[in-house]
Every structure is written in C-alpha cells, then in structure tokens.
Design a protein around this ligand. Sequence first.
Ligand code: UTP
Length: 415
Amino acid sequence: MNYNEAYDKLDRIGQTQLLKYYEELDQAQKEALLKQIDETDFSVIDYISQGEHGAKKGVITPLECMELPEIEANKERYTQIGIDAIAHNKVGAVLLAGGMGTRLGSDNPKGMYDIGLTHEVFIFERLIENTFDVIRAANEATGRDDIWIPFYIMTSEKNNDATIAFFEEKNYFGYNKDHVYFFKQDMAPATDRDGKVYLEGKGRIATSPNGNAGWFKSLVNAGLLDGVHEQGIEYLNIFAVDNVLQRIADPAFVGACIERGVEAGAKVVAKAAPDEAIGVMCLEDGRPSIVEYYEMTDEIMHAKNDKGMPAYRFGVILNYLFKVSALEEILSKDLPMHVVEKMIPHLDENGELIKPDKPNGFKFEQLVLDMIHQMRSCLPYEVVREREFAPIKNKTGIDSVESARELCKKNGIEL
Ligand code: UTP
C-alpha cells in the first residue's frame, strides 16, 4: 500500500490523524506504518456507536451444575477416564497469555511476574508445576514415564518475544520443550472515547490483543491444527495465565466431561456473594451461556431454583475444556464484539507518549465465554475455590498478588 492508498483508506473512515507524523519518519518506519494501515481491520470501530453488541441476551434459565458431592462420589471413575485420555495424548492444554495485564502494571508478560517471597516463583512456573502434577499422576497410574501434555501458549505481538525468551532462559521450568507450542493472537486498533484511533508511536498505530476468544482461530492460522490431529488430541483445556492455583488438564474434570459426552466443560466456583464480580453459567435460549456480572439483573441475581438455592450460583473461572471437533464446527462463525474501556498508552497532541492511569478509550475484544454459547452442551463442574482459584489481576486488594500469595500458602505452596 502506498501513501495515497493509505490516506484514502483512512479518509473514508475519518482516521487520517494516523498519518500526522508521516513526514518525520525514515523510509523503514514509513513502510512499516503503511503496512500496518493496510493490515488493520478498522471495522471494529463501528461497534462503539452500535453499543455493546455482546450484551444482547436471550431468555436466561438455570443450567444444572455438577456439584462437589456428586464429583466426590464418582471421583475415582472420572479420574480413571481422564488419566486414560491423557495417557492416549487426547488432551492438550492451552495457556491464554496474550493479554496485556494492564491492571497488574508490569511491563513484562504477566506470566513473568515473580510472586515469590523467599525465592523466585514465577506465574508461568506455577502453571508448569501444576501441569507436572497431572503428568506425574498419569505416568504413575500407567507405569510409564513418557506421558506429556501438549502445552500450547498463546501470546500476542506485544509479548511474544519476551515470553519465548523467558521460557528459554528458564529451560521451560523442566517441561519437555518438544511438547510446547507458541502461537500469536491477532491485534485490534485502540481508540480514544470519540472513536479516533490512537498512535502509540509516530509510526505505529496503537493496537491491543483482540480478546481471548481468538485463541482457536489463531492456533489454526499458526498452522498448528494439523499437529493437533496428527497427535490425536481430541480435547483442549484452555485457561487464564493469572490463576496460580489453576488445575490444568484435571483428570477428574476431563473424565466427567467425557462421560457426560458434552462438547465443553467449565470449571465453576460457588459465588461468594450474589453480587460478586464473576460471570455465572446459565442457559440462554436453551444453549449454554454465561451472564457477565455487569449484565446481571436483580431478577437473575436473586432467582431461586426448586431446592430454594440461588439458581445462578456458579461462576466461571476461565478454565474450559472444549472438544476439538466442536471447535472446528464453529471456526467460521462470528462472535459478539465487546467494546471495553481500558488504559491506552498513546501520543498526545504534542507527540509525547502518555501512559494513563485510568481508562481513556476503547479496546475491542471477543471473549472466550461467548464461545461457550456456540456449544450444544457444556458441563459446569464445581471446584473448591480456595484450592483452585487464585487470580492475579491487581497488585494489591481483591484478586491480587497479595491474595494469591495467601491462597498459595493455604495450599502448602512455598513462596
Ligand atoms: P483479562 O481479562 O484479565 O485481561 O484476561 P488482561 O489483559 O490479562 O489484564 P488487564 O485487563 O489488562 O489487566 C484473562 C485471560 O485472558 C488472556 C489473559 O492473558 C488472561 O490469561 N487474554 C486476554 C488473552 O490471551 N488475550 C487477550 O486479548 C485478552
């Protein structure tokens, strides 16, 4: 794309401010900017005026959850089924690590954050350790020593190189790197509150990762699907980077989903309070779905089921199991777009880089929870919050490094 073509593309959508510093750039920077303008899909900006496309909900009814007593009663059988699937290489793990982690406020990828107190304990390290627990259990149960769980890591353009370099430097925390696969997710432009796309450098449009729902498309675009098939992987367990107690490829969870024959499973915890900021599992127009906490009406919050319990009591913790064949079926389907207020570093009118400390514009994200609604079935599977849910979103307070450290301590993890 040459300058005139780029100008025309931007002029049609009222975004020519992106060429403000063009004449100050050297040749390589000019080419890079024109390439970025060519490749960027600006159509997402229309969602600002259309409102929160993701918020349109259908008829919400309760979805029965597999609760702790039922799991306990069948644990041995579910675990056996899960271990068997893992031993046959049918289960892959997918770490969603493409986010910017702006609330934590570190310049490095979130997984590089050290939560240790007396020695280094990196978030990535905890996740690898948690996966090792299952690998060890599967090897022990089968008398083998060659079982691994294929481990996929989604990064973004912003943190890919740093993430790979870190894993290399740490020798994959002992994981067999032949079973680790990195892939990058796509980016979307970020705008101010009037929908004008920001510049993050004189020759660079401000972009941010396009949400965690793009993971399967990005995995496919990275050419990894053939490998998934060749290895015989039938289920992918996706999970967030920030939960240091995350159980990965949990055999009992996998086994329960396989026995129930569902297309997806979701680990859930009982909500701490009716208004806790956590999305709840439900049926929407008869299909599995998640109502986000900010979409919750009073009616949903206080509804009771026939046992007199809150009808929407179980919240998701961003740990889902998907059947690969079901993911392939929805590959070409569109997901809702969420317009999210975020803090976006950008150049001000004097060309100075500003790093805001409160939201100053919009990012455009598709969310993995919307993929659940595209599944024909999903099993909500209850887990004990204190054992499996220690998210790190902030430095202090709720869902923070502090609260996660406390929970690690309670679970006997030395920090
Ligand atoms: P969050 O919604 O907590 O977002 O992501 P974040 O970007 O990490 O943090 P903030 O909001 O900027 O503070 C939940 C999970 O989804 C992943 C994150 O890495 C995390 O594991 N994610 C999020 C992606 O992989 N890609 C995205 O575009 C967004």
